[in-house]
Ligand binder design. Structure first.
Ligand SMILES: Nc1ncnc2c1ncn2[C@@H]1O[C@H](COP(=O)(O)OP(=O)(O)OP(=O)(O)O)[C@@H](O)[C@H]1O
Ligand SMILES: [Mg+2]
Length: 226
């Protein structure tokens, strides 16, 4: 297989915790993810979903095995090199939005661009575009406490895409939302994925939400079962 199409290549990867009693959070995982794919990782609590997502997000390291992100072996890199790849290629959304409370939606989305050195005019244009992409063009001047939970998560999605990452990673990003808001967030993700062609990797407990993606990877006891 030509590896240009692969944004993530995982080979024989394990993550073991514990001293004394060993816990295989991930047990010999093989997984290839194609550029532009919208993928869900599902499985019971404790099955290893977050562990896998954190390793793909270069927030954690495997105990053994390899992981290539866009052809680069991140398992071999120094912490600085890993941080560079993480900042350039990855965007994150977690269960809690972690928006800055004193800043507007627009400023929250502009923030990662400021940090990356993008000039103000361009940052504002791009943040405005992303906020209208997530359906919040009329809420840009609102602060997080003036927005609903679903709206805050949509701002968090826009912020994660601010620096145009190759991969968007979401861990239970609708875990605190009711089912209607969750579906709306997934529909927005679907549209964003089609528009910007980035790779989306989303962990969820919810099979109905996972059905809205291109591919479902199911993990049980640290192993991919389907
Ligand atoms: N830092 C740690 N130290 C020891 N064990 C850990 C650690 N982090 C996770 N584990 C164990 O690894 C396994 C996988 O955990 P993980 O958080 O990946 O599960 P998960 O599928 O995300 O579960 P949930 O749906 O509840 O979020 C669990 O058995 C967990 O107890
Ligand atoms: Mg988890």
């Amino acid at each position: 297989m030509p590896s240009e199409n692969k944004i993530v290549e995982i080979k024989n990867l394990s993550k073991v915790y514990g001293n004394g009693v060993e816990v295989y959070a991930l047990n010999s995982i093989d997984l290839n993810i194609t550029k532009g794919e919208f993928m869900a990782i599902v499985g019971p609590s404790g099955s290893g979903k977050s562990t896998l997502l954190h390793i793909i997000g270069i927030l954690d390291t495997p105990t053994s095995g390899t992981i290539l992100i866009d052809g680069e072996n991140v398992s071999d890199m120094s912490d600085d090199q890993r941080a560079t790849v993480r900042n350039k290629k990855l965007g994150f959304v977690f269960q809690y939005h972690h928006l800055l409370p004193d800043f507007t939606a627009l400023e929250n989305v502009m923030m990662p661009m400021f940090i990356a050195g993008v000039e103000k005019k361009e940052a504002k244009e791009r943040a405005t575009q992303l906020l209208s992409d997530v359906g919040l063009h009329d809420r840009m001047e609102h602060r997080p406490n003036e927005l609903s939970g679903g709206q805050c998560q949509r701002v968090a999605v826009a912020r994660a895409l601010a620096n145009n990452p190759d991969i968007l990673i979401g861990d239970e990003l609708t875990g605190n939302l009711d089912s209607k808001s969750s579906r709306m967030v997934y529909d927005i993700l679907r549209r964003l994925n089609e528009k910007y062609k980035q790779t989306f990797i989303i962990v969820t407990h919810d099979d109905a939400l996972a059905e809205r993606t291109d591919r479902i990877v199911r993990i049980i006891d640290g192993k991919i079962v389907s």
